[in-house]
Design a protein around this ligand. Structure first.
Ligand SMILES: Cc1cc2nc3c(=O)[nH]c(=O)nc-3n(C[C@H](O)[C@H](O)[C@H](O)COP(=O)(O)OP(=O)(O)OC[C@H]3O[C@@H](n4cnc5c(N)ncnc54)[C@H](O)[C@@H]3O)c2cc1C
Ligand code: FES
Length: 256
């Protein structure tokens, strides 16, 4: 079991209810694969015994510092948002299988599509793809301008198209509304977000190669409790566990 105690170096609200938490400790050196997640203990009272899965958004291996971005929405994440610098956070991880970077070589482009709180893992992925010579384009979807975060940081990596449902920033609409022109050079697609969004992305991708990261409800996070099963037609068992078989799957592998 990869359990670590990491020290908070900052925990700041960067957009409406969106927090950036930086954590340091020796366990950070294991967090080299984008798309993996940490199963974070948020508190010890009975309502918060279950850990919360949060994606690794960025890692600075030299400083042994990992960044998580999370939306403070329910009891657990709200409790996390009240933690101060210097407090310790108990995490399991890195867990799950990250994105496959081998299928995209330097001649190919990558299109990274994130919706809402699905955006964070695309930052670490984008940085790694860029450093291996791949040209990266992002489509980031938010509800409105107040909810958007990290846009300037994504722009440092590659072309970044923003969509908002109310049109207050970037293009009005959903991420899928911005996909069409980006598909001409047949990029490899990587997408993270709610199930309905992933389904729409898969349909628009029209058979292109791609990977989807699912954000299903979780219990144990390590394949033991069956809380996160999802149907598939490609395995004999008829299901996959998001936490241990995923959270990243090849497009078409799971029934969305
Ligand atoms: C692999 C993975 C990566 C994720 N990465 C991020 C991230 O980087 N940033 C972020 O803000 N959120 C992320 N999420 C979603 C995040 O885990 C949930 O929003 C969070 O657990 C909700 O906890 P809460 O205390 O706010 O809500 P509560 O309602 O208090 O949670 C109650 C219970 O439901 C579970 N739960 C509720 N909603 C979800 C959900 N949408 N997905 C999974 N479990 C849920 C919680 O784990 C908890 O056990 C990720 C989810 C997964 C599976
Ligand atoms: S969360 Fe327990 S099996 Fe996936």
């Amino acid at each position: 079991m990869k359990k670590h105690l990491l020290r908070i170096t900052s925990n700041t609200e960067i957009a409406r209810n969106i927090f950036e938490m930086k954590l340091t400790g020796s366990g950070v050196s294991l967090m080299t694969a984008p798309g993996q997640f940490l199963h974070v203990s948020v508190g010890k009272d009975s309502s918060n015994l279950l850990r919360r899965p949060l994606s690794i958004c960025d890692v600075d291996l030299d400083r042994e510092e990992a960044t998580l971005l999370y939306r403070a929405q329910g009891d657990g994440t709200k409790q996390l948002s009240q933690k101060n610098n210097g407090e310790m956070v108990d995490v399991l991880g890195p867990l799950g299988n990250g994105f496959n970077l081998d299928t995209v070589d330097q001649n190919k482009n990558a299109l990274l599509i994130g919706g809402g709180i699905g955006v964070p893992p695309l930052y670490y992925l984008g940085k790694q793809l860029k450093s291996s010579g791949v040209q990266v384009t992002f489509i980031l979807g938010y509800q409105s301008k107040e909810d958007s975060f990290y846009v300037e940081k994504f722009q440092e990596i590659g072309e970044t198209i923003v969509t908002t449902v109310d049109g207050s920033q970037g293009q009005k609409g959903f991420v899928t509304d911005a996909m069409e022109p980006c598909l001409e050079d047949e990029p490899v697609i990587y997408s993270v977000g709610p199930g309905v969004m992933l389904k729409a992305v898969e349909e628009r991708a029209g058979g292109l190669d791609g990977y989807l990261s699912l954000e299903e409800r979780m219990g144990c996070g390590i394949g033991a409790c069956f809380a996160c099963v999802c149907p598939t037609e490609t395995r004999q068992s008829g299901y996959v566990k998001i936490c241990s078989d995923g959270p990243v799957f090849k497009m078409g592998e799971v029934v969305l």
